[in-house]
Design a protein around this ligand. Sequence first.
Ligand code: AMP
Length: 277
Amino acid sequence: MEVLETVELVREWRGRHRTVGLVPTMGCLHPGHLSLVRRARAENDAVAASVFVNPSQFGPGEDLAAYPRDLPRDLDMLSGEGCDMVFAPPVAEMYPADYQTWIEVGAVADALEGARRPGHFRGVATVVAKLLGIVQPDRAYFGRKDAQQLAVIRTVARDLNLAVDIVGCATVREADGLAMSSRNTYLDAAQRRAAAVLYRALTAAEASWRAGERDAESLRGRMRAVLDAEPLAQTEYVSVADPVTLRELREVGAGALVSMAVRIGRTRLIDNLVLGG
Ligand code: AMP
């Protein structure tokens, strides 16, 4: 496995391979990330991953400095999955001093995460477009755990006519349902137990929907009730939205995106599921 730090070396690597799958990450890898690598391995001649904690997607009060980093461990895990190349650039390689181009995404980035994290999707869209431009993969793999991010990236790829297939991959969960996330490392033991409430709330909404409930506000209320019963959890939002536009629904059909952001102590967790999915 090659570990490259410059755009120039990645370009040269790209030229030596026929079809390439790219898995962009911020490192601190877990089995969720590795499931993306496995999918890319199965569908491409060569697999590239990027490990880059992208400063431009963190807001001023967010956890950029604290974000967990362990490149040697990440590299071991990636090589164990048969990854061929890892792009791990220093910040100055991605954002040199005269850097000045940003992607402003429209309505799909306004709701939910976009509303609570101003500038977040501008940073995500820009870094993903840059990574796609650098690696020039045939396919790029993203987790459905970050459902709005996936919707934003699909929109960017469509609107900017990027010649890449954006592939969405299922959320990998712990035994109690907690979606795997690098940020789970922030949780102490009691918080970790409490964090299972997100998935319980999502599955409670799903059960209501399967039992015939079609009113979105009732499903939101069902999720709030489950979350409110966990004293360590503070709900930021619950949502029942169209999976493509992210607009809130009134009546709920199959395919609706049920999602939430919840704080457990100082740790902000997000999760979602697609009804009937
Ligand atoms: P991150 O390193 O958190 O930026 O995530 C990198 C990629 O891995 C993104 O496309 C995420 O959606 C995806 N990902 C993160 N956690 C999971 C998970 N539990 N299951 C599947 N994909 C995930």
